[in-house]
Design a protein around this ligand. Structure first.
Ligand code: NAD
Length: 492
């Protein structure tokens, strides 16, 4: 086993500028999903705790100049960037230990990728043009000037899942704070320390005023639900399952909250009949990255009937040689599912796939050589009915569904046969032909022949039930801004 950096716990929440335990003294266990060992505990935030954090965020927004002092915000965010930079190795070990993330991924978006990206938000806080003139209009024979001003929405409630815990917390805190909001973050119970460590850095290594950032970890999902119903919260930014997203949206309706949702996916990769099947097979096995716990992974593979057998055999070979297991081993791209519950959920879907008549080509169970930890074998299904449960629902495990198609129109129809619309891919010898197909797919991001699209300045989000709004980039920043237009008499 490779040597890991020392793991440092952070048990305290950040509420009103103070690092504190839960108001009732409660804690919950943080479990390493690769070993099933309790690595420590975390303050089990209560409803009272999150309400205190919301009150502090409201006060900080209403009574300090945080929302209007761009230079100060930018300075504070730079301090946070520097603190994150100094804490890379700490976050690397936390992400691996609490999320079961492969160490390899921490050198990309799971850790270094977004720590490197954070200065983007510090710079945007200062450089964004918050006010600009609109064109003049004529009103009852009089010229009128107009100014459009963008200003912070107010108190933001941020709710995040566990699969990319550092990235997902930072990609909400970065733009929301840069835009001048105050934020209460409720991380997933499976991965509390990524968030509580950010809270510690905010408290100890930045001048961010008390209340501007609140971090409330809790084992109780209903503590997060307070953010979607409390009238003092103006906007909820949520990343998680579509099912929970619906609840957040419904709860926010009573106070007409702005709701920004990054939800699930069931993305399709389409191999056109002239595709490089070796490349398709390799790329398809990447669905097992982080044990399939990625919203944008391409979990359906559409193969042309004319090359179905050839493609399937190559994908099977790629699946069967996948290295997986101990996430601290730098050669592995796949570790465990995050929890026993997720492991059982994935195994349940595999059972359902078999029941509904899909052909299990490889995998399908708990690997015999990994009895400890919440592992599931890389699993490949062929001849999957595009309307069946495993082709329609998000499994969030290392499971690929291979579906045959007749021609390009049929492939587009099957790819779009989904409530989701997050990502996808097209493979062909012709980029033009790929682009023509990609333009017909109803998703927020697409990759041609495996080309990468993700970056901090690039809008990411979903069509249909994959979400509302876009994260990252100027578009993502503007999700956290209100718009005010002021009519002004001409002065010239
Ligand atoms: P989840 O929906 O179960 O939980 C997400 C968060 O919501 C957690 O913090 C949880 O405590 C909280 N929560 C649960 N019930 C709540 C409620 N009623 N009100 C408010 N908050 C509540 O999702 P998960 O299992 O943690 O994460 C996996 C899901 O996240 C997958 O569906 C995946 O596709 C999605 N995801 C989407 C993106 C994206 O950018 N589109 C990125 C990563 C993960």
């Amino acid at each position: 086993m490779a040597e890991a950096s020392p793991l440092v716990p952070e048990e305290r929440n950040l509420i009103d500028g103070k690092l504190v335990g839960a108001s009732n003294g409660g804690t919950f266990d943080n479990i390493n999903p690769a070993t099933e060992e309790v690595i420590g505990v975390c303050a089990d935030g209560t409803k009272q705790d999150i309400e205190t954090a919301i009150a502090a965020a409201r006060r900080a927004f209403d009574e300090t100049d945080w929302s209007t002092n761009q230079a100060f915000r930018s300075k504070c965010l730079k301090q946070l960037c520097d603190a994150l930079d100094r804490s890379r190795e700490l976050f690397r070990s936390v992400v691996v230990a609490e999320a079961g993330s492969p160490l390899l991924l921490t050198h990309a978006v799971q850790c270094d990728g977004y720590i490197d990206a954070m200065p983007y938000w510090a710079e945007l806080a200062a450089s964004y043009q918050y006010e600009r003139d609109l064109s003049d209009i004529q009103f009852m024979g009089q010229r009128q000037c107009r100014i459009m001003r963008r200003e912070a929405v107010g108190v933001v409630g941020a709710i995040t899942p566990w699969n990319f815990p550092l990235y997902l917390n930072l990609c909400k805190l970065g733009p929301a704070l840069a835009a001048g909001n105050t934020v209460v973050l409720k991380p997933a119970p499976d991965t509390p320390w990524c968030a509580t460590h950010i809270g510690r850095l905010v408290a100890e290594e930045t001048d961010i005023p008390a209340g501007v950032v609140g971090i409330v970890a809790s084992s109780d999902h209903q503590v997060g639900a307070v953010l979607s119903s409390d009238p003092r919260v103006d906007l909820v930014t949520f990343t998680g399952s579509t099912e929970t997203g619906r609840r957040v949206m419904a709860a926010g309706a009573a106070t007409i909250k702005k709701i920004f949702l990054e939800l699930g996916g069931k993305s399709a990769a389409i191999a056109l009949d002239d595709a490089d099947m070796g490349l398709v097979a390799f790329a398809s096995s990447m669905v097992c990255t982080h044990a399939g716990q990625g919203c944008a992974l391409q979990t359906r593979l559409l193969l042309p009937r004319s090359r179905y057998q050839e493609g399937l055999e190559l994908v099977q070979a790629a699946f069967e040689k996948l290295a997986y297991g101990d996430p601290t081993d730098p050669s592995k791209l796949m570790g465990p599912q995050v929890s026993k519950k997720q492991q059982e959920r994935v195994l349940g879907y595999i059972e359902k796939g078999v029941e509904e008549g899909a052909r299990l080509v490889t995998g399908g169970g708990v690997p015999a050589h990994l009895p400890k930890g919440y592992f599931v074998e890389p699993t490949l299904f062929a001849d999957v009915d595009p309307d069946s449960t495993i082709a329609q629902q998000e499994i969030f495990g290392p499971v690929l569904c291979v579906i045959p198609y007749e021609d390009d129109d049929d492939a587009v129809r099957i790819a779009n046969n989904s409530i989701y619309g997050l990502s996808g891919g097209v493979y062909s010898a012709s980029v033009e032909r790929s682009l023509a197909v990609a333009r017909r797919i109803r998703t927020g991001t697409l990759s041609i022949n495996g080309a990468q699209w993700f970056d901090v300045d690039t809008p990411f989000g979903g069509y249909q039930q994959s979400g509302v709004g876009r994260e990252n980039g100027v578009m993502g920043f503007e999700e956290y801004l209100e718009t005010k237009v002021m009519g002004v008499p001409p002065t010239d």
